[in-house]
Design a protein around this ligand. Structure first.
Ligand code: ARG
Ligand code: ZN
Ligand code: CA
Length: 243
């Protein structure tokens, strides 16, 4: 990938209440967070500990909001079975999913902040879903998930990143420059937090692909950057983005 990676974004809003009909400004705030976090422009980037300064990465991917679709609904929660992406189930079908990132803002329910589809899945369900309470900068009301990092984390998945603990005890995220973590971390762990996995490395709890609070996550690694870039390269599962 040599050219600049620029991702057109479609935001699909499903609302039952006025609060769920999030404003254009709220939506733009999420796009702005993505642009900061994926370009090492986030204000907390310099909080990355010296131990990881050699691997913290400017991913270099830009997001451009192209269109907002809105639809009212009587559904109180959409779950995680992709109903929000299907017109026949009252949802909004994705727009040009092979060349645009579709995001859905809706009430997911079940305490789920968001979920994403990895590369290689059906185009009819491709994209990321974020609960409307955690979409963009949502003020103090939705702390500690009010800094738009659910979007950053989910777009990370959409670009092929796994959870940093590999969804298993001392599991692998298929990225070599991220340390092995015992399991998910929550809240804002005190630094340094040591893993008891092989080699007892200091865990990279401030990585976007952990489960910490929004103010506890502020970096991607170079290995994650390369894994993301690979999906847009020729022959990659998102090569149609034409980068
Ligand atoms: N639980 C969600 C997932 O696994 C998102 C977690 C996002 N974390 C956050 N601090 N916003 O995809
Ligand atoms: Zn996740
Ligand atoms: Ca790793």
């Amino acid at each position: 990938v040599n050219g600049k990676i620029e991702i057109p974004v479609i935001v699909n809003v499903l609302y039952r209440t006025a609060a769920q009909n999030i404003s254009d400004a709220q939506i733009q705030s999420q796009i702005d967070v993505l642009n900061k976090d994926f370009n090492a422009q986030n204000s907390d980037y310099n909080s990355v500990p010296a131990l990881f300064s050699g691997v913290k990465a400017n991913v270099g991917i830009t997001f451009v909001l192209e269109k907002i679709n809105r639809k009212s609904t009587t559904k109180t929660s959409w779950g995680t079975n992709n109903a929000m992406k299907k017109t026949a189930q009252g949802g909004i079908a994705p727009t040009s999913p092979t060349t645009k990132l579709n995001m859905w803002s809706c009430a997911i329910g079940g305490g789920i902040l968001g979920y994403a589809q990895f590369p290689g899945g059906s185009s009819s369900t491709d994209g990321v879903v974020i609960d409307s309470r955690y979409f963009g900068l949502s003020g103090s009301a939705n702390a500690p998930f009010n800094l738009g990092r659910t979007g950053t984390h989910e777009v990370g998945h959409w670009m092929n990143l796994r959870h940093i603990w590999g969804d298993a005890n001392c599991g692998s995220d298929l990225v070599s420059d991220t340390p092995t973590h015992n399991t998910a971390n929550y809240g804002v762990p005190a630094y340094p937090h040591y893993s008891t996995c092989s080699g007892t490395p200091v865990e990279m709890t401030m990585n976007y692909m952990d489960y910490t609070d929004d103010n506890g996550m502020y970096m991607f690694s170079t290995g994650q950057k390369n894994r993301m870039a690979a999906i847009f390269a020729s022959g990659g599962p998102r090569a149609a983005f034409g980068i």
